[in-house]
Design a protein around this ligand. Structure first.
Ligand code: CAA
Length: 261
């Protein structure tokens, strides 16, 4: 209902508990410049603080989710400038946002675009989507997490293939490899992502946030520690009204109505 523009680089709107971010640099195929990074992260952080928002959808255009970091903005920078500003570091803030984020990917998700999708929790891809890490063609390597997150998502064999040769993969290959959650018709991508976010938004907000945190811990911790963390979180949810409601609703054969939605 409310909609905002952040100096044009993104558009935001909220609908029934879901915050939607649409990258909005169509002429540059949504290349991720500094302003876009700040706008995306600010919007997501603001919704985390807003208890009426329970999930986020991040999307681009029909042609491009994002064709990478903005090459023109970076090309003449020196090592010192890149290092001192810790270029791309602010994207880490997005990965610390505790709300579930669904990426709706049509068209190109290349370089930083692929890496941005991988920062999200669920990726819905259109049949025509293309994922790749072409940085090697620019004389550099991925810098927004590609060498780490892609490898964890698809394994060494395919990550090496993509990162060393710059080969793009289509949506079906990406799904087979475990990079994306669902592949749907191109024109159904955004609706599907909105439906997924809406489904999540119907759940207990703290339970969904903690579920995200627990799955995230699988990437950060040894198994024994991760299992203990999971169990502790599981126990802690018994302090919520939503646990009582969810389990009572099951016993009474009705749908739960969660308070913290
Ligand atoms: N940065 C800046 N501008 C970009 C861009 C990018 N990553 N990708 C596309 N654009 C611009 C183009 O320069 C062009 O602008 P002009 O009209 O002003 O020339 C406009 O978007 C349209 O692009 P094309 O004319 O190239 O469109 P196309 O349909 O012929 O090709 C494409 C599409 C194959 C995606 C091609 O644009 C392309 O190869 N883009 C670059 C992909 C890339 O290398 N991404 C990695 C970037 S580096 C990175 O992301 C580092 C990291 O790890 C974070």
């Amino acid at each position: 209902q409310d909609s905002g523009q952040h100096e044009g680089v993104i558009r935001t709107e909220t609908r029934d508990g879901v915050g939607v971010i649409r990258l909005n640099r169509p002429k540059a195929l949504n290349a991720l410049n500094y302003d876009t990074m700040v706008a995306v992260v600010d919007a997501a952080e603001a919704w985390e603080r807003d208890e009426s928002i329970s999930a986020i959808v991040l999307t681009g255009s029909e042609k491009a989710f994002a064709a990478g970091a903005d090459i023109k903005e970076m090309s003449s920078k020196s090592y010192t400038e890149m290092y001192q500003s810790d270029w791309f570091a602010q994207w880490q803030r997005l990965t610390q946002v505790r709300l579930p984020i669904v990426a709706a990917v049509n068209g190109y998700a290349l370089g930083g675009g692929c890496e941005l999708a991988m920062m999200c929790d669920i990726i819905v891809a259109g049949e025509g989507a293309k994922f790749g890490q072409p940085e090697i063609n620019l004389g550099v390597i991925p810098g927004m997490g590609g060498s780490q997150r892609l490898t964890r998502a698809v394994g060494k064999a395919k990550a090496m293939d993509m990162i060393l040769t710059a080969r793009n993969i289509g949506a079906d290959e990406a799904e087979r490899a475990g990079l994306v959650s669902r592949v749907v018709a191109d024109d159904a991508v955004v609706d599907t992502a909105l439906q997924i976010a809406d489904t999540i938004a119907q759940k207990s907000r703290p339970a969904a946030m903690l579920a995200k945190e627990a799955v995230g811990a699988a990437f950060e911790t040894p198994l024994a520690q991760g299992l203990t963390f999971e169990r502790r979180v599981f126990h802690s949810l018994f302090a919520t009204e939503d646990q009582k409601e969810g389990m009572a609703a099951f016993a009474e054969r009705r749908d739960p109505t969660f308070k913290n939605r």
